[in-house]
Design a protein around this ligand. Sequence first.
Ligand code: SF4
Length: 133
Amino acid sequence: MCKWWAQDSLGLTEAIHEKMKDRIFPAKVKIGISGCQRCCSESQVRDIGINGTTKGWMVFFGGNVGTKPRIGNLIAWGLSESEAIDCADRLLSYYGSYANPKERTARFVERIGMNRIKTELLVLLPYIPVDNI
Ligand code: SF4
């Protein structure tokens, strides 16, 4: 176990894998989960990124690397494990509903904008305080 571990990233990885393994999305989806904010799994440049902190989990959306890299938007923080899984699930469901075929999350977020994601999705998530949206 790494000495910097703030949260159980291996346990969350198993739970997310179980939840997502049969899902089909418009394009490739990569999920990075890091046990602390040192971000060794490069979570902030993954479609879904989740970082552990001493106060719970942070969730990022819309990151990627490649020829046009993008750092994912910070969506929520201070989440429990079940909230982080739910948040990732809802973000990817929303993406699955509105993305164009083969459109990765980074380009999806750029095209539709965070304001639309906030007003159509994030305001509905009870574990995100209104002041944080
Ligand atoms: S992100 Fe890196 S430093 Fe942090 S707990 Fe994981 S392996 Fe350790």
